[in-house]
Design a protein around this ligand. Sequence first.
Ligand code: PBG
Length: 327
Amino acid sequence: MTLAQRPRRNRQSAGMRRMVRETSLSAANLVLPLFVQEGTAQRSPIGSMPGQARLSIDLLVETASQAFGLGVPAVALFPALSDSLKDPRGSESLNASGLLQRSVRALKQALPELVVITDVALDPYSSDGHDGVVVDGIIDNDQTLPLLAQMAVAQADAGADVVAPSDMMDGRVGAIRRALDAAGHSRVAICSYAVKYASAFYGPFREALDSTPRSGDKKTYQMDPANHRECLREIELDVAEGADWLLVKPGLPYADIIRLVRDRTALPVAAYHVSGEYAMLHAAAERGFIDYDACLLETLTCFRRAGADIIFTYAAIDAARLLRRGT
Ligand code: PBG
């Protein structure tokens, strides 16, 4: 039979498929988020995130060097603090010898080339579990901004290469940029969680940090999952305020948003394969419903196809191993 076009011709062998592949995935695209806690040789598994744990600084350094050795260039840090250190203004975030700041120093000392990304938001430090200061039941935008700016400076002082505001307050990228520059940190980059939705997929993360809001939800600052155009406003503002990377979060269910951001900016676009997405892959694989390795690499490739340059994923070490093996 004569068919002018037979798309299958380009798929007939591994060599042909490799030649026409449009998207590549490499360990260099990945960022490994890590949870840190106090102590030595402490590893506290996170029930809803199989394979992930809160690590004391010594084990954090060990895990980061494992990732770095597999070609993963960066880690993103989240501190798990005891309740006694939490207060309404998240004051512990500014402590130069606090857990997060000590973690950054330890990582940069052991692995100077590792890119260390720190999260800027009040929630791990806040007794209210919100990303901003709660005043009379309202998350107060303008009282939060100076705290975020000081937090970013404290992280940069400790040696962070990239600060990543994940709080969704208005004007925070500009406030952070000005504070960093004034403190002599003009080389520290800002990865803005520019487009962050009020998502139910963050559940396991909040279990890891015990950071579920004590009252209310995050819908007055994080975006409505039903919205698409609104993200254009958010990215325009963050670009004008000085963002170096734009991040979309959650990940795969928001692939259309990743594509929209990719098409609208020349900045690098990051996407976050969040805790709930990671948990779903594991839960289905544990029950034998899907193949974890294959679905993981497919998922990460889809992030790249959607337009993400950088992917934050708890599965970075698994993926880097699979990529090294050439699976
Ligand atoms: C909070 C923050 C959250 C995540 C990263 N930073 C949770 C939230 O907004 O409640 C979620 C990450 C994940 O689910 O993997 N500033």
